[in-house]
Design a protein around this ligand. Structure first.
Ligand code: ADP
Ligand code: MG
Length: 600
């Protein structure tokens, strides 16, 4: 038999390598930003078009490349950063594998302009799918500009797999933040479709964090600082009272590199033990410095996971340092100057005795650390559809939909219900018994209502007496702007969205005032992380997220009317059988199944 093994041509090998290094536009952003930092740039500009699908360009004022290097940098394993395998254990640079540019050039149109300080003219190279299209001299400032256009143009399957622009932009912003947060002394800016997203001037660490994540961050930070032989630890954690329901702002950097570590994350969380309610997450920005020979960075193509020699020691130091810092920080609530001034006691009254208990109109039972915020949901819903409330006391709580007809006795659709274990609504049906999961069923109901509202464009909104101001980070604000019309179609009304603040003046009737922030935060989080799902559409994600956040939870006692209301509305749904996330909303048990259990 003839020999069959052959070496892959370079451009094929590069495309394969690209599969590991470049998963999405954000991966290109990461690699280019890191190269600019390794080139000692002090000013770095990122330009993105169409979520990076059309263009990703990084312009730096770093050391630039010679003509030969400019050509050579696109070769696989071409790097100026290491020479021997030993160098791997003394890394001072972000890159070292010499494969990023080769990979990117294999799957995009790349335009490189670069000039070193002493050169009079720079080099301009165009390369497409690993082949050089043109090379010429060019007049260009010191530094490097790399423009990556039409990413995955020659791998349609990858291109088709890219997510919506919102999602891809989110990933890009994540990468940008991870780099910007660790290099406060570098001036960074980012533009998307020619609009400025970030303008981060050279500053110190704290100011940089605040500039990246929003002004409100400043008051939330507790400084962390510890130096031992094996670990230098600096940075900040959030004060416990600012813990969030989402796991967003959590950053570990090791030797100036963003990394993910479930183990070290656990160390931080355990330091907060007893200070946070379940379901709440601290934010943290922790900068670890360890001897370069005690870590292995080369275990993952994108280098976001690394191996530590002495993980257990690091865990212990991190945990105790944070615990100590939290202890030093006065846990008493600090003054929040942005709170609603109508709730303040006028100065003169502060020390006076209260003769009469004031009547409080705010929701005193609301406690953001309690998971059951939904308790505040009012039944019956103030929806016009269910205005005919009395009818529920009579015999017809179940609408005559096909789904209902199949289940309930035809002649008189009567549903008597009971709640068991504050979780299931039990009802008799033609063939036996029905168990409805109150939370999952309500999710289905709300989900369909949101979708319906958004298509008929007549969401019922309840105006707030006092509009509520909520602060978000810049990129959350950006996201809110993008989904604003969808939010409006579910009943949210905004007065203005400006800077880092949004003013909410109306909410869907199912939303309680005290829940607004939690719901919006959850929603943004879900959109960023796209609730695992097949058909991704923003509106759908939003409807699901809101349904999930606002559905009545298990553990909550329901009156008979409330039970019947859920049952009635569930079977009026188009797809009553499943929750928006595909779980069954109810199960039925046939009488003969029950009989069998009795041996009958
Ligand atoms: P690595 O960063 O792992 O070395 P890359 O493929 O990212 O591999 O880059 C290859 C080489 O090209 C780098 O080692 C560096 O010498 C050079 N290079 C890349 N980007 C820049 C830049 N912005 N400025 C100067 N040199 C650069
Ligand atoms: Mg690199």
């Amino acid at each position: 038999m003839s020999d069959i093994i052959q070496l892959l041509p370079d451009h094929v090998a590069n495309q394969i390598a690209a599969g590991e290094v470049v998963q999405r536009p954000a991966s290109v952003v990461k690699e280019l930003l890191e190269n600019a930092i390794d080139a000692n740039a002090t000013t770095i500009k990122l330009l993105v078009k169409d979520a990076g699908k059309a263009l990703i360009q990084v312009i730096d004022n770093g050391k630039g490349m010679s003509e030969t290097d400019a050509r050579f940098c696109f070769e696989r394993h071409a790097t100026s950063k290491i020479k021997t395998a030993e160098d791997l254990f003394n890394l001072q640079t972000k890159g070292f594998r010499g494969e990023a540019l080769a990979s990117i050039a294999a799957i995009a149109h790349v335009d490189l302009k670069t000039k070193q300080e002493h050169q009079e003219l720079g080099t301009h190279i165009k390369i497409e799918g690993s082949s050089i299209v043109s090379q010429e001299l060019i007049s260009t400032p010191k530094g490097t500009s790399i423009a990556v256009k039409n990413l995955f143009y020659n791998i349609p399957a990858r291109r088709n797999f890219l997510k919506s622009n919102t999602v891809e932009t989110r990933h890009i912003i994540d990468e940008f933040q991870r780099v910007a947060l660790v290099h406060p002394s570098i001036d960074f800016s980012m533009y998307h479709n020619e609009k400025e997203v970030y303008r981060l001037e050279k500053s110190n660490l704290r100011k940089r964090i605040v500039a990246v994540l929003g002004k409100k961050t400043n008051e939330k930070l507790v400084p962390i600082d510890e130096t031992t032989d094996v670990l230098g630890l600096t940075g900040f954690v959030s004060k416990p009272e600012f813990a969030k329901k989402k796991r967003g702002e959590q950053f570990f950097f090791v030797n100036n590199r963003f990394i993910k570590s479930g183990y070290l994350h656990h160390a931080v969380v355990s330091a907060f033990e007893g200070l946070l309610a379940t379901g709440y997450h601290p934010s943290y920005f922790l900068y670890l410095t360890v001897p370069t020979n005690t870590i292995d960075i080369n275990i993952h193509p994108t280098k976001t996971e690394i191996k530590f020699d002495n993980e257990k020691t690091l865990y212990a130091i991190i945990r105790s340092t944070i615990k100590h810092s939290l202890g030093q920080y006065n846990v008493a609530p600090i003054l929040d100057f942005n709170r609603d001034s109508t709730m303040d006691t006028p100065y003169g009254f502060e020390n006076k005795k209260i003769y009469k208990e004031p009547t409080v109109t705010v929701d005193r039972s609301f406690n953001p650390f309690k998971t059951e915020v939904q308790k505040n949901i009012q039944f019956p819903y103030k929806r016009e559809k269910t205005a005919d409330w009395e009818s529920l006391y009579t015999d017809i709580p179940v609408p005559e939909t096909n789904a209902a007809k199949q289940l309930f006795t035809n002649d008189t659709i009567v549903a008597k219900t009971h709640q068991v274990h504050r979780k299931y609504i039990v009802s008799t049906i033609k063939s036996g018994v029905l168990f409805i999961h109150q939370n999952l069923a309500h999710q289905r109901i709300l989900y369909e209502e949101y979708l319906e509202n958004s298509t008929v464009k007549e969401a019922i909104s309840q105006q707030l007496l006092f509009p509520i101001e909520i602060n978000f980070s810049k990129d959350d604000i950006k996201l809110i702007k993008e989904i604003q019309s969808d939010l409006v179609s579910t009943g949210f009304l905004f007065d203005k969205i400006k800077g880092e603040t949004i003013v909410v003046k109306g909410v869907p009737t199912t939303v309680n005032e005290s829940q607004i922030t939690v719901i919006l935060e959850q929603l943004l989080d879900d959109i960023k992380n796209e609730i695992p799902d097949t058909s991704f559409s923003q509106l759908d994600v939003m409807a699901k997220s809101m349904a999930k956040s606002m559905a009545i939870k298990t553990g909550i006692q329901l009156s008979t009317e409330e039970q019947e209301d859920i049952l009635g509305r569930l079977f009026a749904c188009k797809e009553p059988n499943h929750s928006p996330f595909g779980k069954p909303t109810f199960i039925s048990m046939e009488i003969n199944e029950i009989d069998k259990k009795f041996g009958l």
